[in-house]
Design a binder for this molecule. Sequence first.
Ligand code: ADP
Ligand code: MG
Length: 227
Amino acid sequence: MEEDCVIQVENLTKIYHMGTVEVKALAGVSFNITRGEVIAIMGPSGSGKSTLMNILGCLDRPTSGKYILDGQAVERLTGDQLAIIRNRKVGFVFQSFNLLPRASALANVELPLRYGNVKNIRDKARASLEAVGLSERMNHRPSELSGGQQQRVAIARALVNEPSIIMADEPTGNLDTRSGKEIMELLLNLNQQYKTTLIIITHDPTIGAHAERIIRLRDGLLVTEET
Ligand code: ADP
Ligand code: MG
């Protein structure tokens, strides 16, 4: 495999069974992603974007096809191994932030570190919140923060394990235009600074325009790729 390839997928399919009906959410997609790249995944609703991200993020397994993440053939891993890989290599950012409502920003960011044998959890979480410009808000709960600030906490949480990849599913979907723009700028800055590969699912063409490459899906198939 090429050394600078962080993701290689070959003929990936995902079939959901709904009673007797088969839904082919992914009908055979192949592509590579280079380390440090910024990729947008675009396509109409139902085209398979979230399904693809769930597989790339090791939250779900494909029905068939090959997936190599950072040199590891994912299909050969057990559930436990998959969970370890996911926690170490991938940081997730979601449209709805997915923060724990009763925990402070700091406690939310500390969470991914609590699964491993990690030292200096508090210092690492603090540094991560500083990196997203939230050092002044560390002890606030999500309800005491704006949408843009909550998404920053989610990004700090995604970053805290120093993942090779950040995957964001419509990260600006619940934000006003200005906060959305700030969040995009932050993600791109972090990509520049840490060379973290950035995969963003979006409907928004202005966000797609920031990407180095767009992977476009339609009916579970890759239709165009632009550079
Ligand atoms: P997108 O994120 O592009 O809107 P999805 O990946 O969520 O698309 O869905 C792709 C297709 O797979 C859709 O037809 C959707 O209804 C179907 N699908 C997604 N998740 C499931 C599931 N858990 N069970 C059954 N069908 C699903
Ligand atoms: Mg989706």
